[in-house]
Design a protein around this ligand. Sequence first.
Ligand code: DGL
Length: 271
Amino acid sequence: MDIRPIGVFDSGLGGLTAVRSLRKILPEEDLIYFGDTSRVPYGGRSRETILKYARQDIRFLRSFDLKAILIACGTVSTTSLPTLRAENDLPMVGVVEPTCARAAAVTKNKRVGIIATQASVRAGAYKETLAKLDGDIEVFAKACPLFVPLVENGRFRTGDVVIETIAREYLEPMRQTRIDTLILGCTHYPLLTEIIADVMGPDVELVSAGEESAFELKRMLKAQELRNSESRQGEATYYVSDRVESFEETASWFLQEDLRHGANQIDIDRY
Ligand code: DGL
């Protein structure tokens, strides 16, 4: 048994979708979440900048005695995971491998779509990982840069003409590729599940990155005997690099529950 907390980080609020999955799948674990709200979004930035930010995020998280880190951010996972793993003597789970494993298991016609940020699509990590898992899978990738700002501004509900129009524009060409599986490769996209499903139709299975990585973390903790006692209820503590008020106002959209404790602001430039 290992009582140390798990660190989770993201470029901002979106990683709370992974926290939501973790709270369900590993309710006994304590979580320390860092959202880099002063520098979000990462998705349009260069790999060098994303890696620099991710290193600082990890240095902050490692000021706590952690047993593992979940990189909830799709953009950090796709651009920087191997480097970060090599630099840290701590188990680290990203979103790419577990999500691809699930997509490869689910697809029947071996046509898999992936939607994510520009940096993630440019990095090609989903495509490479799927090719390693099954060389017959054909991958169709599409960056959807307007999804993140729209979700952050509350435009994610069905009936919202703005998000529905943008979703159709991004996803109609994807629908025409006849994929049967679509990876939601970005923290924010689970909030758009209904809207995306409406465009893609009932025959396309949606695979959410946050949820799959939470399952992978559980498997890893079990294999390494790092799990906490299942009889306890874990706590989550939240840190951000910008105004806590903004975080607290919108966190519940992603968590789908109210924050039990307020967030704390830190100066990420110190790390
Ligand atoms: N967290 C990012 C991701 O999952 C989305 C927001 C951003 O661009 O920073 O890719």
